[in-house]
Design a protein around this ligand. Structure first.
Ligand code: HAM
Length: 403
């Protein structure tokens, strides 16, 4: 039997209900904040992710679904959504138009990771990208949006914050950190030794306990910010406090993608096991320029939908739509016509086979129909139909042409 690939799941039935409830809720919130939908391709040039997410990141270095297509192009399935949205933003010349441009998207992302609970090879993100707004208020707006979405879904969270500095302060900090880590090079793990050459900042989120104990004594990013980054980070904290949004500072939060500067944040849940990050984002002011666009400040986030699925508190399902059943074979044609007419305005489920009353009502109950209609030989003769309201337990008889 052919099965789905490891780390790639089908979404159907109860999961699909949760999935669409999430998308609808997040879409409503994003639209309330003035964001517009954008769809970008699943397949992009590999170079896009190498230049944006970064060749030294695990995502690009180890986890890409990359291949040469029939036209000899080096392409890959997108591992994340930001790079494609930035490419589209530049390609449509919106960077030259000036002003603010705000987008949201949702769809599949692909990372060839080791599958485990909460970690898939095909997963879904709901993401938001804002271009052209160089204000820390926009960073707070991103955080408020995630918070609003999670609250509407009944999901508790912890918000972790850091600042990754900018081109003024980050290089000096990186040098200080490299100097510190080189002095302990014999005691750190192999991955960290490699990171020293490729992307030293990433040593800070090494999962090895021994490394973490050593890095406790490392210089801290937040103590090495330039005045502008430091002011922005103070404002960010103040605005969050003023709006009642709690946060924790995590000086080791560096994110797994290379394009960030200044604000970086993650939302985590303590109820879903080791893959606890449910959303992540931050500012990426240099990326548009880096991908050959006009310099444009930008900030965004993405929520991992699969990690939230079990946490969503679903509203009680209410009965909905019509079920129409035939009790005689001759009535099936009529049921089909009545359903066709009613489907112009309402949800209608029918069965193409004649069944007895008991079996039809069971079927109507199974799909949670609100109204139950049944057509037998009597109804065929007199042109009437009985409509039972399964919620309020009432019943009316009407002419079929009034249906
Ligand atoms: P990210 O932190 O790599 O950021 O991913 C965002 C979220 O996607 C994570 O917090 C997690 O919930 C979910 N996620 C990541 N990998 C997996 C996986 N293998 N299986 C299941 N869920 C996963 C980004 O992708 C950035 N593009 C976010 C962003 C948008 N930054 C600025 N704008």
């Amino acid at each position: 039997m052919i099965k789905s690939l490891r780390g790639m799941n089908d979404i159907l039935s109860e999961d699909y209900k949760r999935f669409t409830y999430f998308i609808n809720t997040a879409t409503k919130v994003a639209q309330r904040y003035g964001f517009h939908f954008i769809e970008t391709p699943l397949l992009e040039e590999t170079a896009l992710f190498k230049r944006s997410v970064g060749e030294s990141s695990d995502i690009v270095g180890k986890e890409m679904y990359q291949f040469i297509d029939k036209g000899q192009n080096d392409v890959c399935l997108r591992p994340e959504g930001t790079a494609g949205v930035v490419r589209a933003f530049i390609q449509k010349k919106l960077d030259k138009a000036g002003g603010a441009h705000r987008f949201f998207y949702h769809g599949s992302m692909f990372r060839y990771e080791r599958p485990q609970k909460g970690r898939l090879r095909q997963f879904h993100q709901f993401g938001v990208e804002s271009f052209g707004v160089n204000s820390v208020y926009e960073d707070v707006t991103m955080i408020m949006m995630v918070s609003d979405i999670l609250k509407e879904l009944g999901i508790g969270y912890r918000l972790q914050l850091n600042s990754l500095g900018d081109n003024n302060c980050m290089p000096d900090y990186r040098n200080k950190l490299v100097k510190f880590v080189k002095e302990c090079e014999d005691d750190i793990c192999e991955d960290c030794v490699r990171r020293l050459d490729t992307n030293p900042i990433r040593v800070l989120d090494c999962k090895n306990d021994k490394c973490q104990t050593i890095y406790d004594g490392a210089p801290k990013l937040l103590n090495n910010l330039c005045d502008s980054c430091d002011d922005d980070f103070s404002s960010l904290k103040k605005i969050l406090q003023n709006n009642g949004i709690e946060y924790e500072i995590d000086t080791n939060l560096v994110r797994g993608l290379d394009y960030y500067s200044k604000t970086a944040f993650e939302f985590v849940s303590d109820n879903i096991g080791s893959q606890s990050a449910i959303a992540g984002g931050g500012r990426y002011d240099k990326l548009v320029e880096f991908l050959d666009g006009r310099p444009t400040p930008a900030v965004g986030f993405a929520i991992g939908i699969e990690r939230l699925m079990e946490l969503i508190v679903m509203p009680e399902t209410s009965r909905d739509g019509y079920y129409i059943g035939a009790m005689d074979e001759e009535a099936v044609d009529l049921v089909m016509s009545l359903a066709h007419k009613k489907r112009k305005t309402d949800k209608v489920t029918i069965d193409y086979k004649a069944k007895n009353f008991k079996n039809h009502i069971k079927a109507a109950d199974k799909i949670c129909a609100k109204y139950f209609c049944i057509i037998g030989s009597n109804e065929m003769k007199d042109g009437n139909m009985i409509i039972k309201d399964l919620q309020n337990k009432t019943e009316i008889i009407i002419k079929q042409e009034e249906f």
